[in-house]
Ligand binder design. Sequence first.
Ligand SMILES: *Cc1c(COP(=O)(O)O)cnc(C)c1O
Length: 386
Amino acid sequence: MAMDNKMMLMIPGPTPVPEQVLLAMAKHPIGHRSGDFSKIMEEVTNNLKWLHQTQNDVLILTASGTGAMEAGIINFLSAGDRVLVGDNGKFGERWALVAKAYGLQVDVISAEWGKPLDPEEFRAKLEADTEKAIKAVIITHSETSTGVLNDLETINKYVKAHGEALIIVDTVTSLGASNVPVDEWGLDVVASGSQKGYMIPPGLGFVAVSPKAWKAYETATLPKFYLDLGKYKKDAAKNSNPFTPPVNLFYALQAALNMMKAEGLENIFARHQRLTQATRAAVKAMGLPLFAPDDAASPAITAVIPDRVDAEQVRSVMKKRYDVLLAGGQDHLKGKIFRIGHLGFVCDRDILSAIGALEGTLQELGYEGAVPGAGVAAAAKVFANS
Ligand SMILES: *Cc1c(COP(=O)(O)O)cnc(C)c1O
C-alpha cells in the first residue's frame, strides 16, 4: 500500500522540510514594509552571513536557484566579456547556457559527466591570459546531476593568481552541506537556493557578493531590472526588500537558519560527510558501481550506475513499494543512473531506511550481486565508527 504521507524525499531538491519550519509558515503573511518584517529581514540576513562564513552582502531573491545564477551573471558582466565556464554536468552546462544567452564569449572547460573538473586546465588558461581578458571563472561546486564535488578551492587559487577575473560559483548543493568559507577563499559571487541545504520549500534564491564583484557591478552593462542586485543591496541596508518578498518563506528561512545555528556548522558538515560515507559504503557492499570517484564525492547526492539492474525499475519499486523517492539521471544519463539525495534535513536513520529499501528492491528485481543485508551492515558500520 502506498502511504502518501510517508513518502520519503531522497532527491537532491526539493529536500525534506522539518515540521517546525512547516509550522513557522502556517501564519498570516505580514506587511513587508512593517517593522515586524524588518526584524525578520535583519535576523535572517545576519544568519545568512553566518552560514556563508562571510561579511559580504548576502541578498535574498524571490527565485529558484537558476534565478540566483542568472543574477550572478547579469550584475557583474557585459556583453562580449570573455568567461571560463566549467561544465561536467547539467548545472555546469546551464551556466554556459545562461552566459551565452547574454552574449558573453564563453570558453568552456569540460570534463566527462561523473568526473571532476581538472583544476590544471583552469590554471593553464588563466596563466596564458596575460592580457587579463578573462573577466570571470564560473563553476558549479557540487554538480548535482552526477554527484561530483568539484575542487573549488584549488580552481579558485588559480583565479586569485590571475588577479582580474571574478570567481562566480553555484553552491546550490554544497552550501549547508560542506565547507564553503566565502571570505577565507575570497569567493566573489555565490549562488544558492532554498529547496536544497536550507531545508525550506522552493522559492528563495540567495547571492553573496564580494566588494570586488560590487566594483565590477559599477561598470557591468548587461540589462537587468528585477534581478538588479544593487536594488537589493540598497534595501537590505534598511532591512527591506525592493519587491514584495514571499513573506511566509521568510518565516521558514528564519526557523531553518535557527535550527542550523543550533546544530553548528561543523556538525552540519560532519553529518553530511557521515551520510555520504555510509551511503557510498552501502552501495559498494551491494556490488553496485558508484558514478563519482571517492575523492570527488558530493556531500549532497550519491549517483549509482547499476550495471545489472535497470535504474528506472529500481526507482519505480523504491517509490511504489517502499515510499522512497530517488532521482533519476538527466539527459544521456536517463535510465542509466539513479541518485540518492542526502541533503539538508536528513539523519542516519533515513540512510538506513533507504538502503534497507534498496536491498529489498534489488531482491524483488532478482539481483544476485550481493548478500542481502550487506548494504545496511556497511552503512551501520560507518555510523558506529563516526
Ligand atoms: C537545484 C540546482 C540548481 C537550481 O535549480 P532550480 O531548479 O532553478 O532551483 C542549480 N544548481 C545546482 C547544482 C542544483 O542542484
